[in-house]
Design a protein around this ligand. Structure first.
Ligand SMILES: [Fe+2]
Length: 496
């Protein structure tokens, strides 16, 4: 119960009676603070109306007003009381989100009671420093101490946030692996980090800072324990290093990367820059970071399976369209090949090459919406039939648009019949309004159309086709693309 000689007043907001009572008892009996209890965010706001608090502890998941909404409300009413968030989920996202909404700190449940007391004491310590400054009795030393503390907290928040984003943007596991050690070093101030994948009893290092060597046998090292127990392990100074077998000079933290219920890899960190032992918070942060990487690896794998299935389905759809029209058999495959050769000769980037690799296959997908009688008509097309066949560029775009994966490929599908001078369809785009990949495809598509048998005519010769490309260079086609295309054909890379 609050005593008369209370060190300060703490508000505890939690919807679980057991937790809030335990917190209240600890803070009042062990810490010597006066405590007030609120059962949810709304109750917390009520209590703040009638009383001033020095520190607030709040749960996140609560009825009526949850922790994040409580933080938002506190911002509105402009309170300066430090708020510590208690979270049952050890997640960087939640921590970052809470801090973005003004939380001072976060503590992961289940928490140790001494952690609650030490966090409260830390806040009161900072408050005292600040108080001395405000009353202008602050010495330069206390100002420096406060600044250092604030700077450290700012760095923590920035690191948390940027790592969360860094992991999210890694679409490929390879990139994630090569960047993992750097990200961990950013998160924890350590001199040695290594991130490795387990393969045939060996830890294959994928990225490392301050650790020399590419692969390390697992047998007989502390890694075996980490793998068997699927749990992190902190080794103390003097224990044997799993890397070189020597006695370690600093604490060593190893965390298993669990994917699909198996230990897939290990992240290890050691040699804290400030020479101290790992704090509970740092261990939690590192575990959370590894969990985030593991879930990203799982997501990437799922994405890959899903994407490959989608690509296979689309390819079989194209094969079906081409099967309808025996004249255009393998047209898409050839157009893709010609386009890739040209794009490579033009030294386009990897992303554009990839777009062509798949967009080339898809470019005529809209023909599925064109009737056989029009698509396969042997004679000249009427104006209306011509309009119908031209619709395939827009239909194709509409087929692919909802899939969201193929934003770039859509440029090829929609614009492969645009002309450089703006006389094409469907948007009458011209010059650089048409993306370079669509300009390349237009040339490759026309070349292949001319050199293949069509329902209405026999295949033209290679010489005839390149003569036409030359004639229409600058009007229908981008002259630069035609120049490079002709170069690749004269080098014999394209055969008619
Ligand atoms: Fe087309």
């Amino acid at each position: 119960m609050p005593g008369t000689s209370s060190k300060g007043k703490v508000l505890i907001i939690d919807d679980e009676p057991g937790i809030r009572e335990l917190l209240s008892e600890t803070l009042s009996e062990v810490g010597g603070y006066e405590t007030v209890i609120a059962t949810d965010g709304l109750d917390g706001i009520e209590k703040m109306r009638t009383s001033e608090f020095d520190v607030i502890f709040t749960d996140l998941a609560m009825p009526r007003l949850n922790g994040i909404d409580f933080l938002k409300k506190c911002k509105e009413i402009n309170t300066t009381t430090p708020i510590v968030v208690l979270t049952g989920l050890s997640s960087m996202e939640i921590a970052v989100n809470a801090m973005r909404h003004g939380a001072y700190d976060f503590i992961t449940k289940p928490f140790r009671l001494d952690k609650i007391v030490s966090t409260t004491e830390k806040i009161f310590g900072e408050k005292k420093l600040l108080g001395r400054l405000v009353s202008s009795q602050g010495s330069e030393a206390s100002l420096r101490a406060l600044n250092a503390e604030l700077f450290k907290r700012l760095q923590e928040i920035v690191a948390l946030h940027s790592i969360s984003t860094d992991v999210d943007v890694c679409r490929e596991n390879k990139e994630l692996f090569t960047r993992a050690a750097g990200m961990a070093a950013k998160l924890l101030p350590v001199n040695e980090v290594s991130f490795g994948i387990i393969q045939d009893g060996v830890l294959e290092i994928k990225s490392a800072i301050g650790v020399v060597g590419k692969s390390f046998p697992l047998a007989g090292t502390l890694f075996v324990r980490v793998i068997d127990k699927m749990r992190y392990h902190v080794a103390d100074v003097g224990e044997t290093s799993p890397y070189d077998g020597a006695d370690m000079f600093s604490q060593f933290l190893a965390i298993p990367l669990v994917v699909g219920n198996e230990v897939f890899g290990i992240l290890s960190v050691s040699g804290k820059s400030d020479g101290t032992a790992f704090s509970e918070e740092e261990v939690y942060l590192a575990i959370d970071f590894v969990k985030k990487i593991a879930s990203k690896i799982e997501n990437n794998a799922l994405y890959e399976v899903f994407f490959n299935n989608l690509v296979d389905s689309l390819k079989s759809l194209i094969a079906m369209i081409e099967a309808r029209d025996c004249y255009t058999k393998q047209h898409s495959e050839r157009v893709t090949m010609y386009s890739l050769q040209t794009a490579e000769a033009m030294q386009l980037g990897a992303e554009e090459i990839d777009t062509i690799r798949f967009g080339g296959y898809l470019h005529d997908i809209g023909k599925i919406g064109v009737r056989d009688t029009v698509l396969l008509k042997p004679g000249r097309l009427s104006d209306e039939e011509l309009r119908e066949i031209r619709l395939h560029a827009v239909i194709g775009d509409e087929i692919v648009r909802p899939m969201k994966f193929f934003e770039k490929e859509r440029e090829i599908i929609r614009h492969h019949h645009e002309h450089f001078n703006g006389a094409g369809y469907p948007d009458s785009a011209s010059g650089r309004e048409i993306s370079v990949i669509a300009r390349i495809l237009a040339v490759a598509d026309s070349y292949d159309a001319m050199t293949s048998n069509r329902p209405y005519r026999q295949a033209r010769t290679h010489e005839y086709a390149i003569g036409e490309l030359r004639r229409c260079s600058g009007t229908q086609f981008d002259p630069e693309v035609v120049r490079v295309f002709l170069e690749t054909t004269t080098r014999g890379e394209i055969s008619a």
